[in-house]
Design a protein around this ligand. Structure first.
Ligand SMILES: N[C@@H](CCC(=O)N[C@@H](CS)C(=O)NCC(=O)O)C(=O)O
Length: 211
């Protein structure tokens, strides 16, 4: 399989973590967002939405990291990235959605480029924008962790789930936008626990060939 991705992209990062947790190797195809390679025709023919990641399975090109991660879970159920039980699954999916639906999309490159070019935002304003939405999401995530009576080493229990798959790239991004992680000790502890696992270490932006 071919993974079209970019080292610093949070959605690429989350997919790399999921692939590593499943033990699936892919060929790395770098799409350099810094030079807008994703906006060129060559990549448009891979993903008409012109966003990374995209996973070419050999049979079809999958796009949208949530859809690809669900496909992985269905196609390669072991090890599972979801807990047992509908209630627990809903909780873990909600944690992932805090990041995937309510933090990442409004801090995406194209949004930040619009803020810079159309609204004159400088880098301090960009950091403040990202910090606002990261903080709102992380405050809720931390509160949910704090009230989880069965809290373990990870976002849910003692094994990584899709919640961690989404969370860790967002922590990476928070640091890049100079957000002080000290405000969220439980998230920071999860980040540390994940950082001890090869699946997370090998997926990190700075471990990628295009870094
Ligand atoms: N919902 C999509 C979002 C993909 C996405 O926005 N990817 C970013 C990188 S993290 C991207 O390609 N951005 C290009 C741009 O904003 O110009 C997914 O989860 O796959």
């Amino acid at each position: 399989m071919k993974l079209y991705n970019f080292f610093r992209s949070g959605t690429s990062h989350r997919l790399r973590i999921a692939l590593n947790l499943k033990g699936i190797a892919t060929d790395y195809v770098a799409v350099d967002l810094r030079v807008e390679e994703h906006l060129k025709d060559a990549f448009k023919s891979v993903n008409p939405q012109q966003l990374v990641p995209a996973l070419d399975t050999g049979e079809q090109v999958l796009i949208q990291s949530p859809a690809i991660i669900e496909w992985l879970e269905e196609k390669y159920p072991t090890p599972t990235l979801l807990p047992a039980g509908a209630e627990a699954r809903a909780h873990v999916r909600a944690l992932a959605a805090i990041v995937g639906c309510d933090i990442h999309p409004i801090n995406n490159r194209r949004i930040l480029e619009t803020l810079r070019k159309q609204f004159g935002a400088n880098e301090d304003a960009i950091n403040a924008w990202c910090g606002t939405w990261i903080s709102a999401g992380f405050d809720a995530y931390e509160a949910l962790m704090a009230t989880d009576s069965q809290r373990g080493r990870f976002s849910f229990g003692d094994a990584p789930t899709i919640a961690d798959v989404y969370l860790i790239p967002q922590v990476e991004s928070a640091r890049r936008f100079k957000v002080d992680m000290a405000r969220w000790p439980l998230i920071s502890a999860i980040d540390k626990a994940c950082g001890e696992l090869d699946a997370f270490k090998l997926a990190a932006p700075m471990a990628q060939p295009d870094a």
